[in-house]
Design a protein around this ligand. Structure first.
Ligand SMILES: [Fe+2]
Ligand SMILES: [Fe+2]
Length: 306
């Protein structure tokens, strides 16, 4: 029996973050306006407080590990990473084992991606077995499971561009990693930021999608991935496998966005993947269970719904 907490898209914002001259010519300008003058800022105005309560809730339930599927920040600033890492307790000596992958907001500009800020602040979440010493992908064993962290994000130039890509080189390492006999023989769960599809099963919008989804999906399916866990979409959902999506997937939703503020807890007993969704109750200032269901797993148990 293994229990996991899945948190995503917490999008901390620090208005006092330090800007450098090149930021004034980057998509950070429109991103900052969006956070300070537009609706997006109001959606995340209490993000730090909610995340503190969420993490208290996770720790009080003592899961075996925590999964973080990206978008720690709003604009990819160093101050935002430092605050999110602190609130997630990822660098504390007694922190729960945590597996983390970046989101597109964590690679907000090309220079943020190149500086490796996510990898610096979330280094404890990137520990695991890897190929050729490359940062991604990596694999971490938790009980009977192998969790595979795959980076699906790239630094983009245009303010409307929220797409991502795994890339052929990382995909080649992924194939070699999951082919290792001890990993190949075990149930494997993929953790990445981008989804397979929307809640209605349709493909993501062109400006919001994983550009090489088809190749990643094919490789993950051939590798026998049982389940695909992700963020990027801020409402939680479960998508069973179909002839198009191939692999069942779960979006945990945003942990901190107003009126979404949710995370998942999973229990896997070797056969069934039970999902318990916990949501913030603004009146009581606490998280409570609002939904329970059993997700199907490729190559494992038959699904039970309810
Ligand atoms: Fe997000
Ligand atoms: Fe995202």
């Amino acid at each position: 029996m293994v229990r996991l907490a899945h948190v995503s898209d917490v999008h901390l914002f620090c208005p006092e973050a330090r800007w450098v001259p090149e930021d004034l010519l980057s998509r950070r300008v429109t991103g900052w306006l969006n956070m300070t003058l537009m609706r997006r800022g109001r959606k995340f105005q209490d993000a730090a407080e909610i995340l503190r309560i969420l993490v208290d809730d996770v720790y009080s339930r003592r899961p075996d590990a925590v999964i973080f599927s990206g978008d720690a920040t709003s604009l990819g600033f160093r101050e935002e990473f430092a605050l999110t890492a602190e609130l997630l307790r990822i660098n504390e000596p007694d922190c729960l084992p945590t597996l983390a992958v970046p989101g597109n907001h964590d690679y907000y500009t090309r220079s943020t991606a190149q500086q490796g800020l996510f990898e610096h602040y979330f280094a404890r979440g990137l520990e695991g077995e890897r190929v050729d010493g490359a940062t991604y992908p990596f694999a971490r064993r938790v009980g009977p499971l192998w969790l595979i962290g795959l980076n699906s994000c790239t630094g983009n130039d245009w303010f409307w561009d929220a797409t991502g890509e795994v890339g052929p080189e990382q995909l080649d390492r992924f194939k070699r990693l999951v082919a290792r006999p001890h990993i190949a023989a075990a149930p494997k769960v993929l953790v990445t930021h981008f989804p397979i599809g929307l809640a209605n099963g349709k493909p993501e919008k062109p400006w919001h999608k994983l550009r090489d989804l088809k190749a990643v999906l094919r490789a993950a399916h051939e590798a026998g991935i049982a389940l695909w866990l992700h963020g990027h979409r801020h409402r939680p959902y479960y998508l069973p496998a179909t002839p198009r999506t191939l692999i069942p997937s779960i979006c945990s939703g945003s942990g901190t966005q107003k009126k979404c503020w949710t995370y998942n807890e999973y229990t896997f007993d070797g056969e069934l993947w039970r999902v318990e969704r916990r949501q913030f109750e603004p009146q009581q200032r606490r998280f409570a269970t609002v939904q329970r269901y059993v997700a199907e797993l490729n190559g494992l148990a038959a699904p039970l719904r309810g």
